[in-house]
Design a protein around this ligand. Structure first.
Ligand SMILES: Nc1ncnc2c1ncn2[C@@H]1O[C@H](COP(=O)(O)OP(=O)(O)OP(=O)(O)O)[C@@H](O)[C@H]1O
Length: 265
């Protein structure tokens, strides 16, 4: 594979819902083996961005290239084949209640026709990787939030994807469990060189799991920097977001009103 071609390249992505512009020409390149986290205010379109890449939302304009290839322009069976390279951990883990833990974890492998015995063996192996032992025959309702998140992570990586998306991987978890999840993501990245695109508000998590940070603001990637420059970068929008200030160049509106104006009333 040519390492000068981005693994994921987003060019001029536009998406609006009715008259609400969400993405307004977003560009983002992620090189093979990079772990990039997209940060940005609530409602700026971080999830929409990931859903566009996954083909769950159709952008109005723009291109999404994976290794230089526009997957979404391929015939459906080729798209499905390419998607086998991808893993996705949704915010709420999104486990199937009616399936056992191991069936959830090896869902993609079972769908590809792997035998039940081999799929269960692989599920147990990955569950152990995330620190969960002897829970393969349980059902999701028997799991705590932290366990469910780790089962979700096991499912995300069970089929050995080389591109993984994390949507708010630590949301709803206590600080210790957040640290466990962050460390597992770091281990995944280091051990397997997986290309990772995460979205989060959790700056501690972003600094820990990524080597690059991209700030999505006003429909575009306003700034993309190495994660180790987060503290020193002086971009006013980035500083405002990191320091969590309502006042500043980021146009923070609540129901169409500027936050400052809304607070003063
Ligand atoms: N299918 C949809 N139909 C209409 N509007 C949508 C749809 N999906 C997302 N939106 C709108 O797009 C905007 C961006 O949503 P998105 O979920 O991407 O934000 P986000 O940056 O991920 O926010 P958060 O950090 O709170 O999860 C929101 O205003 C949302 O209501």
């Amino acid at each position: 594979m040519n390492n000068t071609i981005p693994r994921i390249s987003i060019k001029g992505l536009h998406k609006r819902f009715d008259d609400k512009i969400i993405l307004d020409g977003a560009d983002l390149d992620i090189m093979p083996g990079q772990s990039t986290t997209v940060i940005g205010m609530s409602g700026t379109g971080k999830s929409v961005l990931i859903k566009c890449i996954l083909g769950l939302i159709k952008p109005d304009a723009g291109e999404i290239l994976i290794d230089g290839e526009n997957w979404l322009a391929l015939p459906e069976h080729e798209q499905l084949q390419r998607m086998q390279r991808v893993g996705m951990l949704f915010q709420g883990a999104a486990l199937f209640d009616s399936l056992s833990v191991w069936e959830n974890v090896s869902f993609a492998l079972l769908r590809r026709g792997l035998s039940q015995t081999k799929a269960k063996e692989r599920a147990i192996e990955v569950l152990e990787w995330v620190g969960l032992h002897s829970i393969e025959d349980k059902v999701p309702s028997e799991l705590s939030g932290g366990m469910a998140k780790r089962v979700g992570l096991a499912r995300t990586i069970c089929h050995k994807p080389d591109i993984v998306f994390f949507d708010e991987p630590t949301t709803g978890l206590d600080p210790i469990m957040s640290d466990v999840i962050n460390k597992l993501i770091v281990r995944l990245h280091k051990d397997s060189g997986t290309t990772i695109l995460s979205i989060t508000h959790d700056m501690k998590s972003a600094a820990m799991i990524s080597d690059h940070i991209a700030l999505l603001c006003h429909g575009r990637v306003h700034r993309q920097i190495p994660a180790n420059e987060l503290d020193s970068d002086q971009d006013p929008m980035l500083r405002q977001f990191i320091e969590g200030k309502a006042e500043g160049p980021i146009n923070c509106s609540i129901w169409g009103k500027q936050i400052e104006e809304a607070i003063q009333r």
